[in-house]
Structures are given as C-alpha cells and as structure tokens.
Design a protein. Structure first.
Length: 321
C-alpha cells in the first residue's frame, strides 16, 4: 500500500437519514476481490466520510499496534520524555498480567489513547460473524473497563488486524461493528482507523528475507516525516498480487500522517527514540517547521460526532469531545 494513500477514518452514521442516501463505501482494497458493500449487505448505513490525508498537514499521529508487549513501557518512557502522546491499538490477549494492566491504565492517565485491535489478532475476513462480533465486543468492553478503572472518559477506536475487512460473502464487518456499537455504546460511536504511512517495522528483524528492512531503513522512514531526501521503504503489490519491498528517495518530507508501527518490536522503540531526538534538534533550529504530534482523538475534523451521546458500560452516558 502506498504511504500517501488517503487516510480513511470512517464512522457510523449520525442519523438514520443517511440510510436513505445509502452512499457507496469507498474503502481501500486489501487482498483479492472488491469490497462491494451493496452486494454484500443490505444493511449498511455508514456515511461516506473520507477525509484528506494528514500528509503535509504538519500533524503526525503515531499509532502502535499489537501490544502491549515487553518493550511498551520503554517506549512510553521515550514518548513521555518528549511529551508526545500516541494511540495504541492493543490486543486484549496481551493484557493478562497485573503489571501490563497497570501500565495500560497509566498510559491512559498520561494522555495516550488506548484502542481496540481485537482480542486475538485473527484475520477478520476468515471469521464467522458471531466470532468476529465477539472479538469486537470483548475487546471494546475491555477497553471501556480500562478507561473506567483509569477514571478517564473513553474514546472508541478500532483497527482491523492486517487491515482485513469487507471480503465476507455472508456479512459485512461494518454492519457487525455498528451492531456492537449500538449494543455497548450507542449508535455512531465506534471509529475505525487505517493509516497514511506504513513504516514496515513489522519486517524489521523479520525471518523473511523477501520483506526484511534494516533498522537504518526504518529510522529513515520516520526521519522522512521532517527531513527531505530520505530513503522511504514501502511495500507494494506486483501484478501477480505478491507484496514486495520498494525503496525510493523522496525529495520532500512527508510532513504529517497517521503512522503505523508496532510496539512489540524492539527496533521500533529504538527507532522512535532516534526519530524524536532528531526531531527535537530540528525543532530547536526550526520551530516554525516542527511537526505537531497528535492522538487520533485530537484530529478534530476526523471526529464528527462531537456532542454525540455515547453510552459506556450500558449505564453511564459519556459525551465525546
Ligand atoms: Zn496488528
């Protein structure tokens, strides 16, 4: 996927009026086949809500998937050192010990966003409907419980493992998410997020030579956010549908984006330190060109249902702001 693909953060319709409009979903395609909402489901009431990318906006949302893991605490220390808040799409299965739970609660209290990446990181396109809905429901309820324990009003973000969605013949994932949202939170309360820049950190230290990128290449991917003439390593699909690694030097800095990383990778944590230290030095010399680090919840134009009444834990009413 190209790094500069438009960022898609979509959300549930704000009113039933959108059902009448029934706009076609215009989502990125992953894997084989087309996402065809109308043919897969008669029950879509998502409003088309595709925004411009954060690339060139000067704002960067660092997002970390698949944690928490044994390097997450170190990463949070680095982020805190530079006063950078990030968004973490966690797996419920990775929060089994008290120390992990305490860490996540501290992260919430420190202003990081905790979001759902399901319980088990299964490929949604391979899940029967009840299993997928259980993954969403259980992970979302878990995130809500963490926010309640932290004493912080929750945010409701979701990211599909492998970005896999929309390829079922028998149901559409968005219908299920809407139903779970209605059940746990109220209507229109669950956001899903993709990304602008895949750093390909999942291939750092990979056993697969076909995908392996070096730590220096990962650092360069991050430095390209504010430095011109950096090598950018991305993945692309060839004509046979096989993914390959593409390397190119980009003359202009990216200057913004929702950035995909994984806090379970030690080299990611090291690269974030290099990136934030270099950015701090850059900021000292060029304060007007510095990046602004935001969480997804701070990207207000992506967050349309402000004032929408969402219900946490079926009892307590939460006002999204
Ligand atoms: Zn993942």
């Amino acid at each position: 996927m190209k790094f500069n693909k438009v960022l898609f953060i979509a959300l549930y319709t704000l009113s039933t009026m959108a059902i009448a409009d029934s706009p076609r979903l215009n989502l990125p395609l992953y894997g084989k086949g087309e996402v065809s909402g109308e043919s897969r489901s008669s029950n879509l009431n998502f409003r088309e809500n595709i925004h411009d990318s954060l690339v060139k906006s000067g704002r960067v949302a660092l997002t970390f998937d698949d944690g928490p893991g044994k390097y997450t605490a170190k990463l949070v220390d680095i982020l805190d050192q530079y006063n950078v808040k990030a968004t973490f799409f966690i797996l419920k299965k990775n929060v089994r010990t008290k120390s992990r739970r305490d860490l996540v609660i501290r992260m919430i209290q420190n202003g990081h966003i905790i979001a759902s990446h399901t319980v088990n990181h299964a490929n949604s396109n391979k899940l029967e409907k009840p299993v997928f809905e259980k993954e969403v429901r259980d992970s979302l309820q878990f995130v809500l419980d963490l926010y309640a324990e932290a004493g912080v009003d929750p945010y409701f973000f979701f990211r599909f493992p492998y970005a896999a969605h929309g390829l079922r013949e028998d149901y559409h994932h968005f219908d299920s998410m809407r139903d779970v949202s209605l059940e746990l939170l109220g209507d229109n309360c669950l956001f899903y997020s993709f990304w602008d820049q895949d750093t390909v950190d999942w291939a750092v230290g990979s056993n697969s030579k076909r995908f392996a990128i070096t730590q220096a290449e990962l650092e360069s991917n991050l430095l390209a956010q504010f430095k011109p003439n950096q090598q950018l390593t991305t993945t692309e699909m060839n004509d046979q549908g096989r993914m390959y690694v593409k390397r190119e030097v980009i003359s202009e800095a990216l200057k913004g984006g929702v950035v995909l990383m994984h806090d379970i990778k030690p080299k990611t944590v090291d690269s974030v330190r290099v990136f934030l230290e270099a950015h701090q030095n850059f900021k000292d010399d060029n304060p007007d060109q510095a990046l602004e680090f935001v969480t997804l919840a701070e990207v207000q134009e992506y967050f349309l249902p402000r004032g929408n009444q969402c219900i946490a834990n079926s009892h307590e009413e939460v006002l999204l702001d």
